[in-house]
Design a binder for this molecule. Structure first.
Ligand SMILES: [Fe+2]
Ligand SMILES: [Fe+2]
Length: 374
């Protein structure tokens, strides 16, 4: 979609809105912890570490980045997935104007993925430094390289959209809270459970609905890693939370609910509508009334709720909160099954790509032969 000259641009020049400075810093107050025991560690945790090592991939070579995007609908998503698709301001636009809104909305969403991935990169590195047990440090080290690769992949994909948006305030607020807290488990809870859980559900919507193969594929590969990350948070916290007092668990539950509401209700994309010169009130309302968005907002919790239940933060306030949000139905979702599916779907993409490469190679070989033999 972008021409060669635009791709030569510096990435930061693709920002369509100014960022709040070139760097963002969050004060830290925690201890770096060494583990001299070098204990063998928990079998399940070491199993995840082994998987983490074996399933490394290279974003430059596993994906064919030459695939192009349609400028009027880069991801090839159905229009219902656009929050404003039924809003009067959108309905009266011509096709070119509608295409501009699609491209910018998708770039805004993808930008949040990329910015969130940088948050995950920093959180994973913090976990390596702070977590007391060696097995968790080993695993989190593999996650750190995974997250760097995710930033790389989303950055590369965003370049093709010719538009990048700064981190949206609610996401920045949650990452700030997660990193600022000096207790190691809060990094897991904020990042591995809430942010990664939400991210998995959002990535899944694109992986499963995008008609553009490149966009679907990037999300499928990232999800293959992410579901391992969520499993890590689940394992570590399931062991830890039963050891806390009820008051300590209550505090975590409060944080969890606040974070859940923050992510569900405040992702209103105001800065996007503003940038596009659209009526903000009308667009913000559409974001809440569109049926697809309502289903999307609820589905965001499909990955979080079963984990929260599993790690034992399942007191009355969390259950009541999730009941009010209408997401209790996800309590019995089989998280392991979803993780296995994420893996299978990513492998299916690999198989399809290998088949395409075989067909191209065969066609090339046939072209090189005399006509009667071909
Ligand atoms: Fe990630
Ligand atoms: Fe992750």
């Amino acid at each position: 979609m972008a021409d060669g000259a635009a791709r030569q641009q510096k990435f930061k020049d693709l920002y369509v809105l100014a960022t709040d400075g070139a760097k963002w810093t969050i004060d830290q107050d925690f201890e770096a912890c060494f583990d001299w025991t070098y204990d063998d560690g928990r079998a399940a945790m070491m199993g995840l570490y082994e998987k983490g090592k074996e399933m490394q991939w290279n974003a430059q070579t596993r994906i064919d980045w030459s695939q192009e995007l349609d400028p009027l609908n880069p991801q090839g998503m159905p229009d219902e997935s656009l929050p404003v698709y039924a809003a009067p301001c959108f309905m009266k636009m011509n096709e070119t104007e509608k295409g501009e809104v699609r491209r910018h909305f998708q770039a805004w969403q993808l930008s949040q993925f990329m910015q969130g991935e940088q948050g995950a990169l920093i959180c994973a590195a913090k976990i390596v430094t702070q977590v007391p047990d060696c097995d968790s440090k080993f695993y989190a080290a593999t996650q750190t390289i995974d997250e760097a690769r995710h930033v790389e992949a989303y950055k590369k994909l965003l370049t093709k959209f010719d538009a990048v948006y700064p981190i949206t305030k609610p996401l920045a607020e949650l990452i700030d809270q997660t990193l600022r807290d000096s207790r190691w488990d809060m990094t897991y809870l904020g990042m591995q459970v809430v942010i990664e859980g939400l991210a998995l559900a959002s990535f899944g919507t694109i992986r499963d609905h995008a008609k553009n193969a490149l966009c679907a594929q990037v999300n499928a590969y990232v999800m293959q890693d992410e579901s391992r990350h969520v499993a890590f948070g689940r394992l570590a916290l399931r062991d830890y939370y039963p050891q806390l007092t009820q008051a300590e668990r209550d505090e975590r539950e409060e944080f969890l609910l606040e974070a859940s509401y923050l992510m569900r209700d405040r992702f209103d994309a105001i800065e996007l509508w503003q940038n596009l010169g659209l009526p903000i009130q009308e667009c913000a309302e559409a974001m809440y009334t569109s049926g697809f968005m309502e289903r999307f907002r609820n589905s965001l919790f499909s990955r979080i709720v079963p984990i929260v239940k599993d790690i034992g933060l399942w007191g009355p306030q969390v259950r009541e909160g999730y009941e009010k949000m209408g997401v209790m139905g996800y309590a019995n979702v089989d998280a392991q099954k979803l993780q296995d599916e994420d893996d299978t779907i990513a492998r299916d993409f690999d198989a399809r790509n290998a088949e395409i490469a075989r067909v191209i190679a065969r066609a090339g070989a046939n072209q090189g032969q005399p006509a009667e033999a071909a």
